[in-house]
Design a protein around this ligand. Structure first.
Ligand code: UDX
Length: 436
């Protein structure tokens, strides 16, 4: 089929390549010309497992093109996917300005029937809103259907998730569009849930908010573990063996970050509010996370009382390993607090040194983990990168001024920590192993 994807961010680029891999002709549009130039040359614009190889494979097949010309995309496609950013505003509402802009552009070029599919995470009612916008702009109702098709891919595993999703959710109100979407997705051999647009839109928020709540729940249990001397890892394992609970998303730490959970939890609270519902449980999940992500600073303050002039190393900046994404990462909140308290911050991250310098130009990033620990009075682990969890603790201890590690991701092996004699704090792990 002829497919176009508008917006070459995470979801857009991965979807474009995924549809190409599934033997469709794809046009991928982005208004940033430097992005287009890179992609047409086979240079990935984001770090993602398998992306470079798939990009090259797709370009070689000649079934994909990247362009900034939305007109070609609209004219040559049967199905147009919209995959633009929908960030959160200050008041927790969803910013639909990029989506509005794309719809306005699409309107100019629709001459024959198109299925317009929204893949961006949007508030309930957006499918109806897009339909109305198209009609208001003078597009003939015969010439389009609007479909909601939320995406559930995880960063770092995005290509795998796109091609092997647990489910495909499609919200629509037209038989004609249903046949086309069925044809497009049938080769994926994944269960498709056809439902109303409102249900599809809400499935995305409900799924992400549930997972975020699960993380906040286990983090609260971990905090209790620290008080009573219980072990969160045994608790998570035992809970996870109950099939009704499942072992996924029970890893305690300094909370969730990234481009989805923080944004989607707030949006769901706001959407619920709009319809007179007080979504208490999600509000609490957000509050727990806000506290959890700065827990290492509280532990540190409790230990040192004041941080002025202390050299503190932040190990790992991204919101999780295997990505270069630092959006809403707990590390950002920790660094900001440390700087506010006049600590000297040093950092190590295998992928995000350049990004962090854009936000905190005055902190020093090191390409080597041990250099970042030189003269440090504490290391805070914010991301469980392999390089960090497998670091040589004896070597680390020798470099540090005071050998204190606050492990915000429970990443280090407890036996190795005990043998190294490092002063160690973690999130809810058994205390009797530790020299405090
Ligand atoms: C998430 C959803 O998983 C995905 O379905 C959706 O499409 C987008 O949002 P992503 O943001 O890529 O994906 O990250 P994910 O792997 O889900 O992790 C999110 C955050 O939760 C990370 O900061 C991670 O460190 C944290 N997390 C995850 C925990 O703290 N504990 C866990 O057990 C799992």
């Amino acid at each position: 089929m002829n497919v176009s994807v508008i917006g070459a961010g995470y979801v857009g680029l991965v979807s474009a390549l995924g549809f190409c891999k599934m033997n469709n002709n794809v046009i991928c549009v982005d208004k940033k010309i430097e992005k287009i130039t890179k992609l047409n040359r086979g240079i990935p614009t984001l770090y993602e497992e398998g992306l470079e190889e798939l990009l090259k494979e797709c370009l070689q097949s000649r079934n994909i093109m990247f362009t900034d010309d939305i007109r070609i995309a609209v004219e040559k496609s049967d199905v147009i996917f919209i995959t633009v950013g929908t960030p959160t505003l200050e008041n927790w509402e969803v910013d639909l300005s990029q989506l509005n802009e794309v719809i306005r552009e699409i309107c100019k070029y629709i001459k024959s029937y198109k299925v317009i599919v929204n893949k961006s995470t949007v508030p309930v009612g957006t499918q109806k809103y897009i339909k109305q916008l198209l009609v208001d702009k003078g597009v003939n109702e015969e010439n389009f259907d609007v479909v909601s098709n939320p995406e559930f891919l995880r960063e770092g595993k995005a290509i795998y998730d796109f091609l092997n999703a647990d489910r495909i959710v499609i919200g629509l109100d037209s038989e004609r569009a249903r046949k086309i979407m069925e044809k497009l997705y049938k080769p994926f051999n994944i269960e498709i849930i056809f439902t109303t647009p409102e249900t599809a839109e809400l499935i995305k928020y409900a799924s992400n908010a549930f997972l975020a709540t699960k993380i906040s729940f286990i983090n609260e249990v971990a905090n209790l573990c620290d008080k009573v001397g219980a072990d969160i890892e045994v608790i998570s394992y035992a809970m996870g063996l109950d099939k009704r609970i499942s072992p996924e998303f029970l890893k305690a730490g300094i909370g969730f970050g990234g481009s989805c959970f923080p944004k989607d939890t707030k949006a769901l609270v706001k959407i619920a509010e709009k319809y007179g519902c007080n979504f208490k449980i999600v509000k609490s999940a957000i509050e727990v996370n806000n506290n959890q992500r700065i827990l290492p600073v509280k532990i540190l303050l409790n230990y040192y009382k004041k941080l002025e002039g202390k050299v503190i190393t932040v190990l790992g900046l991204t919101f999780k390993p295997d990505t270069d994404d630092i959006r809403e990462a707990p590390s950002l909140y920790i660094i900001r607090r440390l700087l506010d308290m006049k600590a000297v911050v040093k950092c190590y991250d295998p992928k995000a040194s350049d990004e962090i310098k854009k936000i905190f130009p005055d902190i020093n990033c090191y390409p080597n983990i041990y250099d970042s620990l030189e003269g440090s009075s504490c290391a805070i682990i914010c991301t469980e990168w392999k390089e960090i969890s497998s670091m040589n603790l004896e070597k680390a201890k020798l470099k540090m001024k005071e050998p204190i590690i606050i492990d915000g991701r429970n990443a280090l092996d407890l036996n190795k920590v005990r043998d190294s004699g490092i002063i160690y704090f973690s999130i809810g792990r058994k205390r009797q192993n530790l020299k405090l």
